[in-house]
Design a protein around this ligand. Structure first.
Ligand SMILES: [Zn+2]
Length: 128
């Protein structure tokens, strides 16, 4: 399946910002919906890999994307599972370096994802 990279804000940007308070297009936070990846800058191959996983999780479909985001918003376990798969892919594409594991673990355990787990849990999970 093909994904499409779009260099502008997604539709209903205000609504997305309302639901995900740390989402900010202008700060380079990437948002995927169905088969579309919204970003304000060129994406490195590992970031594309991460977002490709999310598109795959949404079956590259807008309908599944809506279901995905409802679950993503309300079920922390689902959010962690979704992100973990994407982070593991990113880690692989980054060559599984210690630096990558550190940076990815900080990110996954951080506020952007709602502090889903501790830093050490993130390390264990990503490197599984
Ligand atoms: Zn993600």
């Amino acid at each position: 399946m093909e994904t499409k990279i779009i260099y502008k804000k997604p539709m209903l940007y205000f609504l997305i910002k309302l639901l995900f308070r740390d989402y900010n297009f202008n700060n380079g936070v990437i948002f995927s919906f169905g088969n579309k990846i919204y970003t304000n800058k060129e994406l490195k191959i590992w970031k594309r890999g991460h977002e490709f996983i999310h598109c795959k999780q949404m079956k590259f479909s807008s309908i599944y994307a809506i279901i995905h985001f409802i679950k993503y918003l309300f079920l922390r376990k689902f959010r962690l599972k979704s992100e973990l798969e994407a982070f593991q892919t990113e880690y692989l594409l980054l060559g599984k370096t210690e630096y990558a594991l550190h940076e990815l673990s900080l990110n996954l355990s951080g506020p952007l994802y709602g502090n889903l787990c501790s830093y050490h849990e993130a390390r264990d999970l990503i490197s599984q």
